[in-house]
Design a protein around this ligand. Structure first.
Ligand code: ANZ
Length: 800
């Protein structure tokens, strides 16, 4: 049988057949062997999918197919994270309504996703910009609001002057620029909505029940930034006021020689003396022009001014000056510190610059009299009842003392900030809040959901929220709530949409609830695959929302993603492939030329999946040749042919390795094993049903179209190869039957013999002795000793 393959034709044929026959529709009622396999959904922002997207979806689909063939009921949905800035900016640039451009982009992307030949559950597709979806974002907001997990406050925010919007801290890069527009981010006070993720700081530090990359766990831990220490109250001299500081080193309290407040701390106004007022106001203005990242820059020269007031150190009654300085942040701890210039580097620099007193209260050695700047843990000196105690012991003792004297307490601080969800942009979920004529916010009753995004909006950014320009929205609000009522005009951060979408995928058409209770047996997601850049935002928000929904009794699990894998980054000439850099490579022309299967395998063959690699199309013809060989092997099917032992051994060994590799997401090594097998089989120019069947079954998850076609042609079955079971191997057959044994005479190699593994010693010795080159020594001398190391070496000791 000579099989000819036209890759384009078979791709079309099978994509249609798969879609018509619904073979990939998962039975969501059946949770036995459920496998929820999820890739992060994509932004329909630009025009097309690039190789990076393919690298996410192709290999994961291979894994999903492998799971299916192993008897799992796989659910692999797709959808679109369709709200947000990229879509809106695209729309503004091309002069069309975001909905129109978003839907257009989605249909292009869907077509491309289909060309992968993925086993996707399109019947469960979601688009976050559809009101059927965002209605439930609003529902989520309301549940959080009603349970004190959503609140409004005025806050200094990161303002992006190009995109004209507020950014979350996570969206500001370390050089103080926006990660999207590249603009220099400035600070601006605004009334904003927040989700109270900080209530979950401690719970979010528990990673016990999830299998995630260690690096991502560390990044979340650092982001949450737990610090244990104490809060200490200092009375302001001559005023009925106290200043609370947070310190991780309360053991150094005897060395606190001045206090520093953050310039924005509201206490500053109350304590600043007339004489110092001008200097303080001027300094506050200067520090306001800088963002947190610049202020925390350790290499920056320290600046600050005296407030004119003094505080009392509670442990020794010392009167110490109160300064303000920009290295103290309002958003961390209490926005005030006790400065210990002997033992804190920043305070040391500051004290030296402004000639403030320095006291040494920690020493590296016990009982040493040496004094000087020392920035590590050690032993207390010059600290009365703490003297000679180690730092850790002294911390415990001073906290006890603080609590007993009611001037402070043990305190744990987290770096994590509440999640700012307000965006002053159009293309997002309207926040379900209206304001009464007195400006008091009220949550919109659920019966009015979805609270629709209006269409009559000037959506180009002008610095205020575009929803404010909608007549329809203002009229709608007054009609329902009464005259003088006003709608909230900010929209939600799109990370709200993605913080729970994995729940909605399971029940996307439910009009009564965000998700039905029984469908939740599908949670948590068994495998989640996506970029490592989401380590702190999306992946932390999702965990928070899951935990909050659990506490609100909507779900019964507290982690969304059981196992997490980050695909590596595909670079082009060393730089990350991305639309903004203009270095993307479109997969389309490769698919046209080589076919989708070849392209998918080529991507997976580039290197370890979690490493990614630099794109070059150099090796793609090699993959093409590999698949042509497979076609020839299948063409050579001869029912009467019996393969030799060596071939059988290799088939079993390959099944074993490929199964193991696929279980561990090692696509590249699995492919090389399949290549090795094909090269071997190709030499014989003949194959039988066993060989063809096993080769195709193993290759099917990698080359789904080709293997479906070859499977149909070879076996005339009217059943998909993906309804067949993954092949099993026999362990004993994976062990090779043949071994080569070295034969030595007096320790010198004289030849070798081939025999079966674990052949008897007698037989091996007979074979060894009969080698010409060995026999001649035996004839010339007398055999003294026979040494045999099983399956390895024969050594004959001969005396001349
Ligand atoms: C006195 C002291 C003595 C401190 C010493 C350190 C060493 P982490 O570990 O990052 O939590 N700090 C507290 N609040 C601050 C703020 N709002 N802005 C800037 N710095 C602040 O750091 C906690 C330490 O950072 C605190 O402990 C405080 O300095 C400073 F030998 O207090 B320490």
């Amino acid at each position: 049988m000579n099989i000819e393959i036209n890759q384009t034709d078979i791709e079309k044929k099978w994509q249609k057949k798969w879609s018509d026959s619904d073979i990939y529709k998962s039975d969501l009622e059946d949770i036995n062997n459920k496998y929820y396999c999820l890739t992060m959904f994509s932004y329909p922002s630009g025009d097309k999918l690039h190789i990076g997207h393919w690298y996410n979806y192709g290999p994961v689909d291979t894994f999903a197919r492998f799971k299916r063939m192993n008897g799992f009921n796989v659910f692999q949905p797709q959808g679109f994270d369709a709200f947000g800035l990229p879509a809106e900016n695209f729309a503004i640039k091309h002069g069309v309504h975001p909905r129109e451009s978003t839907n257009k982009n989605i249909s292009t992307m869907k077509q491309q996703l289909n060309s992968i030949g993925g086993m996707f559950n399109w019947e469960n597709e979601i688009r976050t910009c559809d009101k059927e979806y965002y209605k439930w974002n609003q529902w989520l907001f309301i549940q959080l609001y009603n349970n004190n997990l959503a609140y409004q406050k005025e806050a200094m925010v990161n303002w992006d002057p190009i995109d004209q919007t507020v950014l979350a801290n996570e969206q500001v890069l370390s050089d103080g620029t926006s990660d999207r527009s590249g603009a220099k981010v400035i600070q601006k006070p605004l009334k904003q909505w927040f989700f109270k993720i900080t209530d979950y700081a401690e719970k979010l530090l528990d990673f016990k029940n999830i299998d995630w990359p260690q690096k991502t766990i560390s990044m979340q831990k650092n982001w949450i930034g737990k610090s244990k220490g104490a809060s200490i109250n200092f009375h302001v001299s001559n005023l009925d006021l106290k200043i609370e500081v947070f310190t991780t080193r309360p053991d150094t309290l005897f060395g606190a020689t001045y206090l520093v407040l953050s310039p924005e701390n509201p206490i500053v106004e109350k304590i600043v003396t007339n004489k110092c007022l001008d200097g303080v106001v001027h300094y506050q203005k200067l520090s306001n022009e800088q963002n947190e990242i610049q202020r925390l820059d350790l290499t920056k020269e320290k600046t600050g001014v005296f407030t004119g007031s003094f505080a009392i150190n509670p442990v020794n009654g010392d009167k110490i000056p109160i300064w303000i300085a920009d290295y103290v942040l309002m958003s961390y701890g209490t926005g005030a510190i006790m400065a210990v210039p002997g033992h804190d580097e920043r305070d040391n620099e500051f004290a030296n610059k402004f000639n403030l007193p320095i006291k040494y209260v920690v020493n590296s050695n016990k009982n040493s009299i040496e004094e000087g700047p020392y920035f590590e843990k050690g032993f207390c000196i010059n600290s009365e009842f703490l003297n000679n105690l180690s730092t850790d012991k002294a911390i415990k003792k001073i906290i006890f003392w603080l609590e007993e004297n009611k001037v402070g307490k043990g305190y744990t601080n987290y770096r994590l900030r509440d999640w700012l969800i307000s965006r002053q942009r159009y293309w997002g979920t309207p926040i379900p809040i209206v304001y009464d004529p007195n400006g008091k916010p009220h949550v919109i009753p659920e019966q009015y959901l979805p609270w629709e995004l209006p269409n009559d909006v000037e959506y180009k950014p002008k610095g205020t929220s575009p929803l404010g320009s909608s007549k329809e929205l203002i009229e709608r609000t007054e009609k329902i709530f009464g005259k003088g009522w006003k709608p909230e005009i900010d929209t939600m951060d799109t990370f709200v949409c993605s913080s729970w979408y994995y729940l909605r995928y399971l029940d996307p058409h439910n009009t009564k609830k965000p998700f039905a209770d029984d469908i939740l047996d599908w949670m948590p997601v068994d495998l989640y695959v996506g970029g490592a850049e989401h380590a702190t935002m999306h992946l932390l928000y999702s965990r928070f929302i899951t935990k909050a929904l659990k506490d609100l009794n909507y779900i019964s699990f507290d982690e969304p993603f059981k196992k997490l894998i980050h695909q590596g980054t595909i670079t082009k000439d060393g730089a990350k492939m991305s639309k903004s850099k203009g270095n993307t490579v479109s997969p389309d022309k490769f698919i046209e030329k080589y076919g989708s299967d070849t392209f998918r395998i080529y991507l997976m063959f580039m290197g370890p999946y979690e490493d990614g690699g630099d794109w070059s199309d150099k090796g793609i013809t090699g993959i093409s040749r590999f698949l042509s060989k497979v076609v020839k092997i299948v063409s050579a099917l001869d029912k009467n042919y019996t393969p030799d032992d060596k071939t059988m051994h290799l088939v079993h060994k390959t099944i074993k390795f490929v199964t193991n590799d696929l279980n561990h997401f090692k696509f590249n090594t699995a492919i090389s094993k399949l290549m090795e097998l094909s090269n071997h089989l190709y030499k014989y120019k003949k194959s039988n049903e066993f060989i063809v069947k096993h080769l195709l079954l193993m290759l099917a998850p990698f080359a789904p179209h080709l293997c479906e076609e070859l499977h149909e042609k070879s076996f005339n079955l009217n059943d998909s190869i993906f309804n067949q079971n993954w092949p099993k191997y026999k362990e004993e057959l994976t062990i090779s039957n043949d071994v080569t044994i070295a034969v030595q005479v007096n320790g010198k190699l004289r030849g070798s013999i081939k025999c079966k593994t674990n052949e008897s010693k007698e037989e091996v010795l007979i074979m060894a002795k009969s080698l010409d080159n060995v026999n001649k020594f035996l004839m010339e001398g007398s055999l003294l000793k026979e040494i045999y190391i099983p399956n390895k070496i024969v050594n004959l000791v001969v005396k001349k």
